[in-house]
Write a protein that binds this ligand. Structure first.
Ligand code: ADP
Ligand code: MG
Length: 866
């Protein structure tokens, strides 16, 4: 290291502490990167890689970005999951002896972004910390640094719970101890966590002790401490906006695991992974960014407490019935800025005067909101009005202090109003007087010289000057002014008086600028004191916004208020799939009823492809979720139980999410439902068992149905293409068949999408084949086989049916399905088959678990099929 120049040595010392981050090293107007960082950054950011002398023999790779454009580059790196350490010059180069002192002032990471594109308005940006305890359980804490919200819980030893929480929150970054299990780290990365960071300090610091008052268990405190220690260490600044930490438990909410959430497309669609087309998209009539985030939060965590749900319903009800008030409310809410994130930025010290004007305008809506709510005849709605704190002190302060249209920059002045500060007014007077003097000078000199086009101008280099065009130069007396600058068409002059005034004006302006900045900082600090009030207002406004959003959507889409049943009754009249209905257009959607009482625990749904089985099942789940977040539901009448959990599993063949998903995954997920569901859960199994051979799959499907029916008793919708399963209703008393049928209309198959009682017509496949004009002989033959199958026992194989070997009409029959030679010839195995046989020979069966065996069997069979 000794060979390097002192600056490079300084760089290397700082870099040593930030191994896992790009070090943005401030050199004048640039952030420079060196060595490995430079090479990697030049690729990631597509900027030119150069090099410089650094004292050693070889030149040092280098690349840089201008500091004023740095945020763009930082955002790019962060969105790719990198971290960026910002290293600034922390002393004035003029006073530096030797190398200027430089220090890292902030570490920006995917989970700690405060502003910019990395932060989407209507979504939280969460960072989580996971601590593993000796008893196997996990401490789980999370925070959104832009809003200051933090929560903590203990999760069971089942790591899936951790993964599930990470997915629910879409956490970008996870903080763990440096010795945290590597395999578990990998699992987290696989769940879209962008960055894993390490923090070994889990002791409570004075900085945040006061935030932990509501947290009483030692384990919980430690989990939060790890997170906060990391935040303080990386952000290196006041985090005064952090809100008191609250505890929660996952069973306080309806549990929906990661896969179910994706299958149901609650907050993003499976195909595009975007919001459009999801339940969130359908519902989002929120008017504020805060409300948008709260809505997503509510959808992610439906309630299970009937009281809490009914509270939301009450407000929605009142807002539904007061159309004009609601519209007025929406108008006012539209004017409310993101108070929550603004409070965060006040604490962080990166708000400008425009933000504060926005803050004032937002706060000025509060009295109107209060008034509208007070005008509605409902106690609970009036109570919300009481909770809305207009924060008048802040509004008054900002009204007196900040002008209506301040500039973006804090250094340009013109932010503070006249009359707010005496000293500032004096400086301004001085500057204004000087300017009046100059305007007067211009008039006087024009008169004196008779040059109408004479003007007094200003530029940064020469200050104030008198300009006379070339054509008029002859009108000036020799030596009248002192010449300063010659242009093509004009000459510029100064006079001693002009320079004297200039000095006064510039001095006054400089002082104004400094004082304005000082005053602004003071105002910001005063607002900082009020952050908790702003946060509590933000919370009330967000909730109000979501509730008006429910009312708005429910009215527009003709939803009804669901009732809750303690007897686990589902009774939905004219139910609709909320999203499909919206996408299709209300007229085309065929509403369907659903009745599941004590005698109807399991509904087995049959029907042809594209008839609407999946849509029907999802519509029931979405209706339940809408009900439990306190919204109305798409039906003309609805009674529902309060579900503790919802499970959905889509058969491998229909599984768009995992694509490559094997039958094994399907079984694991089915197991997740079977192991965790209770009587109060809702299970949707859509064509499960499809990923394996017919008999295998059918056997499993039947066993699963029997198990759920007899052992679990959860409300279950099971769609299947195994028609054979429909006889189960003879044995299983609480299982009922329903179906979606198709009809023929003008020679075309028409799907009515109407759910009916009983199993589907078994011959629909043949019917469709007939419509497709398959040969008549073939159709007749298919009908015969079908009849034979129906008469036989379902377990029997089709070989019992007599095989047609002779053409029955003149035409040769190419189509005898089960024609097998009586004495099968010895056939050569194909090379593919040989490989499979080899593989089987090699298997050590005793070394396989049953699950591995199934999976292996599946893989082998797949090889043979393809
Ligand atoms: P399946 O699962 O039986 O193959 P889907 O549920 O996927 O069928 O539905 C296929 C398509 O039919 C859907 O994309 C939707 O456009 C339409 N559909 C389903 N149910 C209805 C309905 N009740 N009313 C109108 N269209 C529907
Ligand atoms: Mg389907």
């Amino acid at each position: 290291m000794a060979a390097y120049t002192p600056m490079i040595q300084q760089y290397l010392t700082v870099k040593a502490e930030y191994q896992d981050a790009f070090l943005f090293f401030r050199l004048g107007d640039f952030y420079e990167m060196f060595f490995e960082d430079a090479i990697k950054a030049s690729q990631e950011l597509e900027i030119t890689l150069t090099s410089r002398e650094g004292g050693s023999d070889e030149r040092i790779p280098m690349c840089g970005v201008p500091h004023h454009a740095a945020h763009n580059y930082i955002e790019q790196l962060i969105s790719k999951g990198y971290k960026v350490a910002i290293c600034e010059q922390t002393e004035d180069p003029k006073h530096a002896k030797g190398v200027v002192r430089r220090e890292v002032v902030q570490l920006i990471t995917p989970g700690t972004v405060m502003e910019g594109k990395g932060l989407s308005e209507k979504e939280n940006n969460y960072i989580a910390a996971v601590s593993s305890f000796e008893d196997g359980t996990f401490g789980f804490a999370y925070n959104d640094i832009s809003t200051g919200e933090s929560r903590v819980t203990i999760l069971s030893a089942n790591f899936d719970e951790v993964l599930n929480e990470l997915a629910v929150l879409s956490a970008k970054e996870v903080v763990v101890a440096s010795n945290f299990d590597e395999a578990l780290q990998k699992k987290m990365r696989d769940r879209d966590v962008l960055a894993i960071s390490f923090e070994d300090n889990s002791s409570i610091d004075l900085n945040f002790q006061h935030l932990l008052e509501a947290v009483n268990q030692e384990k919980l405190k430690q989990a939060v401490a790890r997170l906060f220690n990391y935040l303080y260490r990386s952000q290196k600044r006041s985090l005064d906006h952090l809100q008191p930490v609250t505890t929660y438990q996952i069973h306080q909410y309806m549990k929906i695991d990661y896969y179910s959430k994706r299958n149901l497309e609650l907050t993003e669609t499976i195909r595009s992974k975007g919001k459009k087309g999801s339940l969130l998209w359908l519902l989002d009539e929120t008017m504020t960014a805060m409300g948008g985030r709260m809505l997503k939060h509510w959808i992610d965590r439906p309630l299970i407490s009937q009281n809490e749900i009914e509270y939301r319903q009450t407000i929605v009800d009142v807002l539904m019935n007061h159309y004009f008030e609601r519209q007025e409310l929406r108008e006012k809410l539209k004017e409310v800025y993101d108070l929550e994130r603004l409070a965060g930025r006040v604490a962080f010290g990166n708000v400008n005067a425009r933000d504060l004007v926005q803050l004032k305008r937002s706060l000025m809506q509060t009295p109107f909101l209060k008034q509208i709510l007070q005008g509605m005849p409902n106690e609970q709605v009036n109570k919300i009005a009481d909770l809305l704190d207009p924060c008048e002190e802040i509004t008054d302060l900002l009204e007196q202090a900040i002008v209506e249209n301040p500039p973006l920059s804090l250094k340009e002045g013109n932010m503070i109003r006249d009359g707010y500060n005496k000293q500032l007014d004096q400086y301004r007077d001085a500057s204004r007087n000087g300017k009046t003097w100059i305007a007067q000078l211009e008039r006087d000199e024009r008169e004196k010289t008779g040059i109408k086009s004479l003007k007094v101008g200003y530029n940064r280099v020469f200050g104030y000057y008198i300009e006379v065009t070339r054509a008029n130069l002859h009108l000036l007396k020799e030596g009248q002014y002192e010449r300063k600058q010659t242009l093509t068409n004009a000459e510029r002059y100064i006079t001693p008086d002009l320079k004297e005034k200039e000095a006064l004006i510039l001095q006054a302006e400089e002082k104004c600028g400094e004082l304005e900045y000082e005053l602004f900082t003071e105002i910001r600090e005063m607002i900082k004191e009020q952050i908790p009030r702003l946060q509590s207002l933000a919370k009330t406004v967000s909730e109000l916004d979501v509730l008006q959003c429910f009312a708005q959507t429910s009215e527009e889409r003709r939803y009804v208020k669901p009732q809750f049943s303690a007897e686990r009754l589902i009774m939905i009249k004219d139910g609709r799939h909320p999203v499909v209905e919206k996408v299709l257009n209300a007229q085309e959607y065929v509403p369907n009823d659903c009745l599941m009482d004590a005698d109807r625990e399991v509904l087995l749904i049959t029907g042809p492809n594209m008839s609407g089985k999946s849509t029907y099942m999802r519509q029931i789940a979405l209706t339940a979720i809408l009900a439990q977040i306190g919204c109305y539901v798409p039906a003309s009448e609805a009674v529902l139980p309060i579900f503790d959990q919802v499970f959905t599993r889509i058969g491998a063949a229909d599984d768009l999410i995992s694509g490559q998903s094997t039958f094994m995954v399907e079984m694991l997920e089915a197991n997740n439902a079977i192991a965790n569901a209770t009587k109060n859960s809702l299970i949707l199994f859509d064509e499960i068992g499809r990923g394996t051979s017919t008999y295998d799959g059918m056997a499993l499907a039947q066993a699963i149905i029997e198990y759920i029916h007899t052992r679990i008793g959860a409300k279950t919708l099971f769609s299947t293409h195994y028609h054979e399963l429909t006889v189960l209703d003879k044995e299983l008393m609480k299982l009922k068949n329903i179906h979606v049928s198709a009809i023929e209309h003008n020679g075309k198959v028409v799907f009515l999408h109407k759910i009916k009682e009983g199993p589907a017509d078994k011959s629909y496949g043949i019917h469709v084949a007939q419509l497709a004009n398959l040969p008549k002989e073939l159709i007749n033959r298919a009908n015969d086989i079908l009849i034979a199958l129906e008469q036989s026992d379902i377990q029997t194989v089709p070989a019992k049916i007599e095989v047609v070997k002779e053409p029955q009409v003149e035409k040769p029959a190419q189509l005898s399905f089960f024609d097998e030679p009586k004495e099968p010839k010895k056939q050569e195995l194909s090379s593919k088959e040989k490989r499979v046989v080899e593989k089987m020979k090699e298997l050590d069966i005793l070394d396989l678990t049953p699950l591995q065996a199934i999976n292996m069997l599946y893989e082998l069979q797949k090889k043979l099929k393809h």
